[in-house]
Write a protein of this length. Structure first.
Lengths: 431, 235
């Protein structure tokens, strides 16, 4: 497991200032930004208070007659707003959309509107890490995945790793966090830019930002894995791949041979092709993660825990549908021999219409005198498979109860001493 | 509302109520079903209408029983498969408090193991733990007594030698019969030579496969898809 520098997680977010950049790379980026803007306006990311230099506002009477065809949307827009990649942080205080979002989520007043505005700027819209949400989203993603994995480990200690990965993605993956962001009422701007309302989510459909979100290593054999179906075992997924067991890949939506993925006819709908939908999904999910990161940065550990519980862990996910077996009877026999149970046998519980076109057999799997599972099917073989799959699911989905204590509960003050939780000895068969 | 009913609907309603109220029409239909002249004959164009009419059976009379007189239970939804989130007693870990709580109940009359009515066993045996006779019968291929687990290393080596020497005469089935083990065990022990596999299993099947029509091909693909769906728990 990679080591986290906890003391470096969020401190730099609050003291970020363009006057003293932390690294030479950032300084260069800022210099180029200044050259681009060519005016006296400088951007300051200050989440503590709006003490920034007052921007120069455009005078409506100075607009040339030819520009009247496209009058400025906002009277208070700074002169050079459209030359910036994202709205100035000061404008967050005047955006009704942002204030509404802040109120809708009942965020603490400790979280300033500037931070919320920054959470809405994707790395693809503004590559400067001091003005986009990549830092906040990284913190948010780490926290969400920590709480989700802790919840699954404590509630379902016997889940196989593949199912755990799928369940983690079901709670903390892009598709579900995209839905959370949509349910919060976060709307996307048509295109990013300095002149858009800071209350709109800004991301670019053309390019994805190169922000690093999450852990994992880039595999050297990634082309072989994609094209010639190399085996990718669970053990290597644990070590190399990201939190959801997926291959880490920087070029998103682009095939690994360098060509852009050609959208097929099926993909193109009125909402764009599949690649663009995935980019939008990722931007919405990162925005949601950034809000979680903002809650942690400004309000602390307990607040973010209840926030994640309310918005992520409260979503229902049917774990019994995530399983896929190859040899269920063999797996069950191996389980029974490992646990020193009697070998499993199938017994016919009831049947109807054996000679008809639609027979139904109900088969139970017994180990000794105990019934482990039961399944029905149109043939004896199918019913036996189904019964063994149900028995295996009953094993894997064992839960010690709803009100299990989490390791993170120990961080509270005057917490009771920790009692060791139930941990399973491991997988039955290696995949 | 009744006034706005269109004519065919009204006809249907009338037919339904009449069949529900008078059992004479339904019994006559059922009698028609059992008439040998209709069922034994080959279906022709001339007899198609009669065949269809014979298959048009009214609902079972119990659906129309007078329900006002006696109390009864309607299972809606009907009884379903047990939930996989209900962990069987045997799968509970030693530390689980449910194990202790269920132990007494499990000793005498388990709530997990369903008791099946057995006409041969006496009534007092139903209150105690289920014996081997109380359990339903084992499916043939899962009977542990049917398998021979006493093969020695020499037996396995002999099996391999026979199969590799003459794979035509010593087929997997005949070896399984000879050594008293399962077909699967023979296949685990030895694999036929590559040229034999090619000659017996690949080439003839390829020739047969090329003769298949679209229906047979589709039926085969559908069967494979059904197995995949079954393994994902979608079926």
């Amino acid at each position: 497991m990679k080591r986290l520098r906890v003391d470096r997680w969020t401190g730099q977010l609050l003291v970020a200032s363009s006057s003293r950049p932390a690294t030479p790379g950032v300084a260069a980026a800022l210099r180029s930004r200044r050259c681009l803007s060519t005016t006296t306006t400088t951007r300051h990311q200050s989440a503590v208070a709006a003490e920034a230099v007052a921007p120069i506002y455009e005078n409506a009477e100075n607009v040339a007659p030819s520009d009247l065809r496209f009058p400025p949307l906002d009277k208070t827009l700074p002169a050079n707003a459209s030359s910036l990649p994202s709205p100035l942080p000061e404008r967050a205080l005047h955006s009704p959309k942002l204030a509404a979002l802040h109120a809708r989520l009942t965020l603490s007043p400790k979280i300033p509107l500037q931070t919320l505005a920054r959470a809405l700027v994707d790395a693809s819209a503004d590559p400067n890490p001091q003005f986009n949400n990549s830092n906040l989203a990284f913190v948010g993603q780490t926290l969400i995945n920590y709480h989700a994995s802790e919840w699954f480990m404590m509630h379902y200690p016997r889940l196989p790793m593949e199912v755990l990965y799928a369940a983690m993605k079901g709670l903390g993956g892009d598709p579900s966090l995209n839905k959370v962001a949509m349910s919060w009422g976060i709307e996307a701007a048509a295109a990013p830019g300095g002149e858009v309302d800071p209350g709109l989510l800004q991301f670019s459909l053309e390019s994805t930002g190169d922000s690093i979100l999450g852990f994992g290593y880039k595999r050297s054999e990634v082309n072989k894995l994609q094209n010639s179906k190399w085996r990718r075992g669970v053990a290597s997924r644990v070590v190399l791949d990201n939190d959801f067991g997926e291959i880490v890949s920087r070029n998103f939506g682009v095939k690994h041979d360098g060509e852009e993925a050609e959208p097929t006819e099926k993909d193109i709908t009125s909402y764009g092709n599949a690649v663009k939908r995935a980019i939008s999904q990722k931007a919405h999910a990162n925005c949601m993660r950034a809000v979680v990161g903002a809650v942690y940065t400004h309000c602390g550990r307990d607040a973010v825990k209840s926030f994640i519980k309310a918005h992520v862990l409260s979503r229902t996910i049917d774990l019994s549908k995530l399983f896929e077996f190859k040899h269920p009877t063999l797996e069950l026999a191996m389980l029974c021999s490992r646990e020193e149970f009697e070998p499993p046998v199938a017994r016919l519980l009831s049947e109807t219409g054996r000679l008809s076109r639609t027979p139904v057999f109900v088969v139970g799997i017994y180990s000794g005198k105990d019934k482990l599972g039961e399944g029905s099917g149109a043939s004896l073989e199918q019913a036996r498979w189904k019964a063994s799959m149900n028995a295996l699911k009953a094993w894997y989905l064992y839960s010690p109860g709803e009100d299990v204590r989490m390791p993170s509960d120990m961080l509270e003050e005057d917490a009771k001493p920790w009692e060791p939780a139930y941990i399973d000895i491991g997988e039955i068969i290696s995949r | 509302m009744e006034a706005t009913l269109t004519r065919p609907t009204a006809c249907c309603c009338r037919a339904l109520t009449s069949s529900a109220l008078t059992s004479s029409s339904s019994t006559s239909r059922l009698a028609a079903l059992s008439r040998p002249s209709l069922l034994s004959g080959v279906r022709q164009k001339s007899t198609k209408a009669r065949h269809k009419a014979a298959l048009n059976i009214p609902p079972h009379p119990t659906f129309f029983a007078d329900r006002s007189s006696e109390d009864h239970i309607i299972f809606n939804p009907p009884s379903s498969a047990p939930s996989v989130f209900h962990t069987p007693f045997k799968f509970l870990p030693k530390s689980d408090p449910r194990r202790r709580a269920m132990f007494d109940a499990h000793l005498f009359a388990s709530s997990v193991t369903t008791k099946f009515a057995n006409p041969t066993s006496s009534s007092e045996s139903s209150s105690t733990a289920p014996t081997a006779e109380d359990l339903p019968k084992v499916l043939e291929r899962d009977d542990p007594m049917a398998k021979n687990h006493s093969l020695t290393k020499e037996d396995v080596e002999e099996m391999r030698r026979l199969r590799l020497e003459d794979p035509v005469n010593n087929s997997v089935k005949s070896l399984a019969k000879q050594f008293g083990c399962s077909v699967m065990f023979v296949m685990m022990c030895v694999r036929a030579p590559a040229e034999h596999r090619e000659k017996v299993h690949v080439l003839p099947h390829q020739a047969a496969r090329e003769r298949w029509g679209p229906k047979k091909r589709e039926a085969r693909e559908a069967r494979q898809r059904r197995v995949e769906m079954l393994m994902k728990g979608e079926l």
